[in-house]
Design a binder for this molecule. Structure first.
Ligand code: ADP
Length: 409
């Protein structure tokens, strides 16, 4: 609405009244004029009010729409933040400037087993290592990173101070469960220590024998040959360990895949058996073979290694009697049983023998040239085929290893 027109009309009327009053001075006309003037003023006033209120209404509506939009946007952002915090796979905790938990996700609560909703951060002292960290992060208003342990688990905590302009607005804490990583790290450390230890033994022997030979220039030929034989045996041992370590490092790779080819298992078992005939005869052991034909997909190279290792163990740990091999289909699996009448294994060691470098009798295993890695490799290969490997044994009576592989993956 254009008020200028109304105001001009008002001014014109006023000027007319003034002129008429000055020229004629007729009271009745003056009163009429004044009334007319009043009417016009009231009309204009009403019009102005109407316009102002409608404009006000319009701007209030615009404001409300904008507010609605902003609210919706912030609700959307919050929803997105919530779903992100749920799928983050890490714990999230927000403490406001008054030290109150303003947000926490389920992961955080599950890690530390506490309901954090609107909790004063001082109440986190039920989890001392977490409280120590939060307290420091909140009071120092600094970015801190630290690893803590709680309830046999490891957590990596990171704090980030929050600011609104220049004002401190609290702190954001991220918690990652790094237990798996820590376990792998520990395992890796132990494995490296074991490898060094295993290699050091034959290496020291080689070093010792060669030093004696170097010192004793007049060593008898017979002794020289004996020492050289020992050096040769120890270097072969090192070679076996290194080869097995190569196999293990390959199997441990996440992207490692078996070469599964459908073929008859019978040929593969018989091949392994025949490779060990010499060793079997050397120890005067007998052998019964009863192997069924069956075609199914498996990795020939890897499975041969497993069968060879277990039959070889049977021969190594049996002084008299037999090492028999059976192969048959049972339900949807192919089962391979390798049984011997050897020294046997205590029940307490059934699980341990599948661990890397574990040997029941170190001296005997050393004599047979074993690396202590054979069964752990075998277990890994069979598991990769989706199968199982079990041991049943009676001390001083004998041992049966049973491998079961599904015919279809
Ligand atoms: P190794 O190279 O020492 O034979 P393995 O991993 O193949 O390593 O076997 C681990 C341990 O399990 C052996 O050192 C031995 O103590 C025990 N073991 C394996 N097979 C037999 C068996 N047939 N009879 C008795 N003990 C066995």
């Amino acid at each position: 609405m254009n008020f200028r027109k109304d105001y001009s009309l008002l001014i014109i009327l006023f000027v007319l009244v003034m002129i008429y009053t000055a020229v004629f001075g007729n009271r009745i006309v003056i009163v009429l004029f004044v009334m007319g003037l009043l009417g016009v003023t009231l009309y204009i006033y009403a019009n102005v009010r109407k316009t102002i209120s409608s404009e006000k209404e319009q701007s209030v509506n615009t404001l409300l729409t904008q507010l609605d939009k902003t609210q919706k946007e912030s609700e959307d952002t919050y929803k997105r933040f919530l779903s992100l915090s749920k799928t983050l796979g890490s714990g999230l905790l927000m403490i406001n400037d008054e030290g109150i938990v303003s947000f926490s996700n389920k992961d955080f609560e599950n890690y530390f087993g506490i309901n954090l909703n609107r909790l004063d951060y001082n109440d986190l002292n039920v989890v001392p290592p977490l409280f120590k960290f939060v307290n420091e992060a909140y009071l120092l208003e600094e970015h801190i990173r630290r690893q803590i342990t709680y309830d046999n688990k490891y957590y990596d905590l990171i704090s980030t101070p929050l600011f609104e302009g220049d004002m401190y607005a609290g702190t954001l804490i991220l918690a990652h469960d790094i237990t798996q990583l820590k376990t792998a790290e520990k395992f890796q450390k132990r494995f490296t220590a074991d490898v060094s230890h295993e290699l050091r033994t034959p290496l020291s022997a080689i070093k010792g024998f060669s030093e004696i030979m170097l010192r004793d220039e007049k060593m008898a030929q017979k002794d020289k040959l004996e020492f050289l034989g020992l050096i040769n045996k120890e270097s072969e041992r090192m070679e076996v360990i290194l080869n097995d370590l190569m196999v293990i490092s390959k199997l441990d790779r996440l992207d490692y895949e078996l070469t599964l080819v459908p073929q008859d298992i019978k040929g593969v078992i018989l091949e392994s058996v025949s490779l060990l005939q010499g060793k079997l005869k050397e120890k005067n052991l007998t052998q019964e073979i009863d192997v069924e034909s069956c075609v199914f997909p498996f990795d020939k190279v890897k499975l041969s290694q497993v069968i060879l290792n277990i039959i070889k163990n049977g021969i190594n740990y049996t002084d008299e009697g037999f090492v028999n091999v059976e192969g048959f289909v049972e339900d949807d699996n192919y089962v391979i049983k390798i049984s011997d009448s050897g020294i046997g294994i205590k029940k307490a060691n059934f699980d341990k023998i599948f661990k890397r470098f574990y040997r029941v009798d170190r001296a005997r295993s050393r004599d047979t040239g074993g690396s202590g890695l054979g069964l752990s490799i075998s277990k890994n290969v069979i598991h990769k085929h989706g199968g199982t490997i079990d041991v049943h044994s009676v001390l001083n009576e004998g041992t049966i290893f049973t491998i079961s592989i599904p015919l279809k993956e």
